[in-house]
Design a protein around this ligand. Structure first.
Ligand code: C2E
Ligand code: MG
Ligand code: MG
Length: 271
């Protein structure tokens, strides 16, 4: 999709309320419990079907429209947090994606706090994933991450190993988790340097006192690889593809009150 088509599809969908959140579990590999659900946007097509973000997010990053989308998705995440409280009696955590572009807004943390307050959601239940699609100065980004953490949100570096977050940029950064980019378990990952790199990132995370989350665990082989590398959390299709709002609520309701064993079953049911 070219830039013009992407922006047209986005504006039309926005005007018609066809931008929707999908939810994908981030799971503790030791007990298969859900740590949080990542909120991923989709455009619903009037004729049925979905447009996935890789087709329109780069255009939104370029134009700056991404900030608007992020606030909207944060709002939908908080709305869902409230729904899961009321309908499922579960205090699920949600992980929202935020473009680095928000670092140019002086009040990004206050803005997110106002959204959470509106839905009576404790900031502790929201993680902010700093995405890698746009480059900003480290000091601005560090400032935003610090403000978000001070407001009570947790912060994750998304797609680590793939974009702008370098080792040097971590020196003064304040964050709670590193998400290891799924390209690390792509291609010929068992025969190349992936294992050594993942192990080093996991060790780095441990030394910094933050969580390491392996992305894109699609097969058992990829999940086991992350586990062997010492990664304690993983996300990927092996635990379930991103769920629509309705299916996600259903998933939570089915698991309600059934204890740990059932949660394993719920998660691995989606293999
Ligand atoms: P991300 O934040 O790294 O999200 C994970 C992506 O990996 C999602 O793609 C997810 O569907 C995909 N994925 C998860 N497990 C697997 C797997 O086992 N195999 C494979 N092949 N893929 C898997 P998705 O939903 O297409 O999103 C792509 C990217 O778009 C996201 O990557 C994120 O950077 C961006 N994005 C999505 N929603 C938002 C949003 O609301 N705001 C911003 N700023 N960016 C967003
Ligand atoms: Mg993400
Ligand atoms: Mg990612």
């Amino acid at each position: 999709m070219n830039n013009i088509d992407a922006m047209k599809a986005y504006y039309e969908a926005k005007a018609q309320g066809r931008i929707v959140p999908y939810f994908q579990p981030i799971v503790s590999v030791n007990d298969h419990q859900m740590l949080a659900a990542e909120v991923l946007c989709r455009i619903q097509l009037p004729e049925g079907g979905l447009i996935t973000p890789d087709q329109f997010i780069p255009s939104l990053e370029e134009t700056g429209e991404i900030c608007d989308l992020d606030w909207y998705m944060a709002e939908r995440a908080c709305q869902m947090a409230l729904s899961t409280d009321v309908e499922c009696d579960q205090q699920i955590k949600f992980s929202v994606n935020m473009s680095r572009r928000h670092a140019y807004e002086w009040d990004a943390a206050e803005h997110l706090l106002a959204i959470a307050d509106r839905y009576m959601v404790d900031p502790e239940r929201i993680m902010v994933e700093i995405t890698e699609g746009y480059s900003v100065e480290d000091y601005l980004l560090n400032n935003m991450m610090e403000n978000l953490r001070e407001a009570g949100f947790s912060v994750a570096l998304d797609d680590f190993g793939e974009g702008y977050a370098t080792l040097g940029s971590l020196k003064e950064a304040s964050f709670d988790a590193i998400k290891i980019d799924r390209s690390m378990v792509g291609g010929d990952f068992t025969n190349d340097n992936s294992g050594a790199i993942i192990q080093s990132i996991v060790k780095l995370a441990k030394n910094l006192g933050v969580k390491a989350i392996g992305e894109g665990a699609e097969t058992y082989e990829q999940l086991l690889f992350y586990i062997r590398c010492g990664c304690e959390y993983a996300q990927g299709n092996i635990y379930g593809k991103p769920f629509s709002e309705e299916c996600f609520l259903q998933l939570l309701k089915e698991g309600k009150g059934d204890g740990e064993d059932d949660e394993v079953k719920i998660m691995v049911l989606r293999e």
